[in-house]
Design a protein around this ligand. Structure first.
Ligand code: FMN
Length: 153
C-alpha cells in the first residue's frame, strides 16, 4: 500500500517524527512518499497515486501551518482531487499546550482539509505536546502501530 506523508515543520521536530514514521512504515512493508524539507508538489503526490495519507505537522504563529507545508496545503485545498475521496488517513500534530486555544492548530487545519477531501481518519489525531515530551519520535510509536493495523484492515 502506498502512503503519502505530508510533513510541515519549522524547527525540525515534526520533520524528525516524519522521517522516523517513514522508516516504520517502510519496515512494515508500505511504499512511502516523503520529501524532506520541501514537500512534494501536488503533481508529484498525484503521480504517486497514494492509497493512504499521513500528515505530520507542527503548529506555528497562532495556530498556523508551517511555511514548508503551506504551498502543498493550498494546492490540495484549491483542487480537492476526487481520486482521493474515501482514502484512509491519519494526523500526527506537534504543538505546545501552553498556546491554549491554538494547541495543535496546524493539525486541526489538516483535519478540516481531510474532511473536505473525503479522506477519513482511521483513528483520532495524535497531539504531541512539546511542554510535556522531549522525544516525540518514540512517543508516536504506539499510535503508528495502531495506524498500521488500521490500514491493513
Ligand atoms: C513562534 C511559535 C509559535 C507557536 N505557535 C503554536 C501554536 O499556536 N499552537 C501550538 O500548539 N504550538 C505552537 N508552537 C509550538 C510548536 O508547534 C512546537 O514547539 C513544535 O514541537 C515545533 O515543531 P517543529 O520543530 O517541527 O517546528 C509554536 C512555537 C513557536 C516557536
Amino acid at each position: 500500500m502506498k502512503v503519502a506523508i505530508l510533513s510541515g515543520s519549522v524547527y525540525g521536530s515534526a520533520e524528525e517524527v516524519a522521517l522516523h514514521v517513514k522508516q516504520l512504515l517502510i519496515d512494515a512493508g508500505f511504499e512511502v512518499l516523503l520529501n524532506s524539507r520541501n514537500n512534494p508538489t501536488l503533481a508529484q503526490v498525484q503521480a504517486f497515486a497514494p492509497e493512504a495519507f499521513l500528515a505530520v505537522t507542527s503548529t506555528t504563529g497562532m495556530g498556523e501551518l508551517p511555511d514548508n507545508l503551506l504551498a502543498l496545503y493550498s494546492a490540495i485545498k484549491d483542487s480537492l482531487p476526487g481520486a482521493w475521496r474515501g482514502l484512509p488517513g491519519g494526523i500526527i500534530a506537534l504543538g505546545d499546550a501552553s498556546y491554549g486555544d491554538t494547541f495543535c492548530g496546524g493539525g486541526e487545519q489538516i483535519r478540516e482539509l481531510f474532511g473536505e477531501l473525503g479522506v477519513h481518519e482511521v483513528q483520532p489525531m495524535l497531539r504531541l505536546d512539546a511542554s510535556e515530551t522531549v522525544s516525540p519520535e518514540t512517543d508516536c510509536e504506539p499510535w503508528v502501530e495502531d495506524f498500521i493495523k488500521a490500514l491493513r484492515q
